[in-house]
Design a protein around this ligand. Structure first.
Ligand code: UT7
Length: 321
């Protein structure tokens, strides 16, 4: 018995901000952003769109593509670090909009690893028989916690949503999934405000993301290499047997460095960073959707997903579609 991704849906806000737009805002250049990060443009939610709106659009698309009745969904898990409000959680908001009642619905706060964490948990619910149809979402409005006057971060982050429908299957779907964290690095990437220790304040920058980018970069490359090697070894696979590598989209240089260390040709890597920017928990389902929709990822392909984010948190999944 396996759980299997039946479909992927995604949603990007219509509003696009290019590198040239950012040149007018902060001391940066299209050339710096492209060469140091790989990003050319990003989608940013309009003021009426919150994370649950993006999550809902992506979920509706995933439901449609899976050809299921939404009433079949018996579990909703959302990875996000930018929930609409402190409570209720984004999962409950989607549940209400889909007209569902009674199924568990909750959010996972694991930053950029939110989708892999949610997938890992939903996989266990399916394997235990507790869920027969799970909706797994990664959605963010990072624009709301980005300081648009800080060139170190505003060129990176973006908004979007991605969703997957998971069902039990007799043929392989999710072959392996592993998640981890190390709180010792919590001061390298964080938002100082919260609802408990430090309520948000408009007077300072405490409700914005703070990042020591180059330190995050170094830890990310090492950790991403080791979890990928581990996933490949533990499943008696080799890099040659992986058809597609779908990494979290944070920086093209991180993706290239990990691919180089794994000896994974870049032709097998799905890169959406140039168009999407870093959408945190949404980046992997968004990239998967691009790869499937443009015909590169085909049924039966073996796919390696991996994420790394604030915390630090990380995760991998090996799957067959
Ligand atoms: O998704 C969660 C995980 N997040 C990540 O994985 C992000 C990891 N980090 C990164 O992607 C990169 O570290 C950044 C893209 C954030 C920064 O790239 P970098 O090559 O590490 O640059 P740096 O921070 O070492 O800065 C190099 C220079 C500095 O100037 P000086 O001190 O050398 O004069 C920065 O002030 O680049 C400057 N700089 C910029 N210049 C133009 C920083 N941001 C910009 C900018 N435009 N937007």
């Amino acid at each position: 018995m396996y759980s299997r991704i039946e479909s992927i849906g995604s949603f990007l806000p219509e509003n696009i901000i290019t590198n040239q737009d950012l040149e007018k805002r902060v001391d940066t250049s299209d050339e710096w952003i492209r060469t140091r990060t790989g990003i050319k443009q990003r989608s940013i939610a309009n003021e009426n769109q919150a994370t649950s709106d993006l999550a809902l659009e992506a979920s509706r698309e995933a439901i449609k593509k899976a050809g299921i009745n939404p009433k079949e969904i018996d579990l909703i898990i959302v990875g996000t670090c930018t929930p609409d409000v402190a409570t209720p959680n984004v999962g409950v908001m989607i549940q209400k909009e889909l007209g569902l009642k009674n199924c568990p619905a909750f959010s996972i706060e694991a930053a950029c690893s939110g989708f892999i964490y949610a997938l890992n948990i939903a996989n266990k619910f399916i394997l235990s028989g507790e869920s027969k149809c799970a909706l797994v979402v990664g959605a963010e409005t990072l624009s709301r916690i980005t300081d648009w006057n800080d060139r170190n971060t505003c060129v990176l982050f973006a908004d979007g949503g991605g969703a997957a429908i998971l069902k039990p299957s007799e043929t392989p779907g999710i072959l392996y999934s592993d998640i981890g964290a190390d709180g010792a690095y919590s001061d390298l990437l964080y938002v100082p405000y919260g609802t408990s220790r430090r309520p948000p304040s408009e007077k300072d920058n405490n409700h914005f993301l703070h990042m020591k980018g180059n330190e995050v970069f170094k830890v990310a490359v090492k950790k991403l290499e080791s979890i990928a090697v581990n996933a490949i070894k533990r499943n008696n696979l080799s890099v040659e047997k992986i058809d597609w590598f779908v990494p979290h989209q944070a920086n093209i240089r991180i993706i290239q460095a990990v691919a180089r260390r794994l000896k994974m040709p870049m032709e097998k890597v799905i890169v959406t960073l140039d168009q999407h920017g870093n959408t945190s928990a949404a980046s992997i389902p968004l990239a998967l959707d691009v790869g499937i929709t443009d015909g590169r990822i085909k049924k039966g392909d073996t796919i390696l997903l991996q994420s790394f984010g604030a915390g630090f948190t990380w995760g991998t999944a090996l799957l067959r579609l």
